[in-house]
Design a protein around this ligand. Structure first.
Ligand SMILES: NC(=O)c1ccc[n+]([C@@H]2O[C@H](COP(=O)([O-])OP(=O)(O)OC[C@H]3O[C@@H](n4cnc5c(N)ncnc54)[C@H](OP(=O)(O)O)[C@@H]3O)[C@@H](O)[C@H]2O)c1
Length: 253
């Protein structure tokens, strides 16, 4: 795909990996619509994009709220009239507990942010991509640790959605491509909660240990892998997963 002047929507672009992806796509010449709930964080990402002479805009939306996603879509269509790339990066991992003791509301919130959110964004944007028979959708995968069943169920569902969406698109002879992404372990707000909270240390000690040993990926690593993917991916690659280590491979985390 030619990235210059193309339009990307990145959810969760106000922090962590999503921020790095938004910056890298903008440096590659794309206009990036930065989405998330905290407008101030999105505006900070857009300010960083503009500092490097890139194009970006901040639009706040909760990805689990269908009417907010629709409003987001209306604003993008009014501004650009098209979306070339959708990166469903927003995720939630706040339920850290054994199944016997989970807080159901927090658990379900993890499922909905990781699964319903991407579905709502895809449902809003895909018809426009279909009308042009062009576009790339990327869904962010994640690990499946004990103590993280809400997150794991959401991500497992999202990867099934990715796989079947790809099958549906191929069945319709579409040119739209769909991928899963696996960033490896990156130090962000999400993983800091695992490393620093009592529940995180108890259930997912490997995060703290990896922090201690410095065994981490940089958010820029998956951002750069994303640019390579967008520039080179073909129909034959669609439905696969990619990450900083492998251009295409097993579903990574
Ligand atoms: N860090 C890792 O090691 C790692 C490993 C594997 C996969 N991942 C995945 O990478 C993605 C990014 O995570 P991260 O590590 O960069 O953590 P992060 O900094 O906590 O990012 C999560 C982002 O999701 C947004 N978000 C959460 N709920 C939302 C909602 N309802 N609506 C809209 N946006 C929402 C947050 O923004 P607001 O709070 O402003 O809404 C935030 O910007 C996630 O999908 C995560 O599962 C991360």
């Amino acid at each position: 795909m030619e990235l210059r002047d193309a339009c990307a929507v990145v959810t969760g672009a106000g922090s962590g990996i999503g921020r790095a992806i938004a910056l890298e796509l903008a440096v590659s010449g794309m206009e990036v619509v930065c989405c998330g709930r905290r407008l101030d964080r999105l505006q900070e990402t857009v300010a960083a994009i503009k500092q490097s002479e890139g194009m970006g805009m901040a639009l706040a939306a909760d990805v689990t709220d269908a009417s907010q996603v629709q409003r987001l879509m209306d604003a993008i269509m009014k501004h650009r009239g098209t979306v070339d790339v959708l990166f469903n990066n927003a995720g939630s991992f706040n339920s850290i507990a054994g199944v016997h003791e989970v807080d159901v509301e927090t658990w379900w919130d993890d499922v909905t942010v990781n699964l319903l959110g991407p579905l709502l964004l895809i449902r809003a944007i895909l018809p426009h991509m279909m009308a042009r028979d062009s576009g790339i959708i990327i869904n962010m995968n994640g690990g499946r640790p004990v103590g993280g069943t809400g997150y794991a169920c959401g991500k497992a569902g999202l990867m099934e959605l990715t796989r079947i969406l790809n099958d549906e698109l191929r069945m319709q002879n579409s040119s739209i491509l769909v991928f899963g992404a696996g960033p490896g372990l990156v130090r962000t707000e999400m993983t800091e909660l695992q490393a620093e909270s009592e529940a995180g240390r108890r259930w997912i000690p490997s995060t703290y240990e990896s922090f201690q040993r410095g065994r981490l990926r940089r958010p820029e690593d998956v951002a750069q892998a994303t640019v390579r993917l967008l520039q080179t991916a073909t129909l034959a690659d669609s439905g696969k997963s990619y990450g900083p280590d492998t251009d295409f491979g097993e579903w990574g985390t």
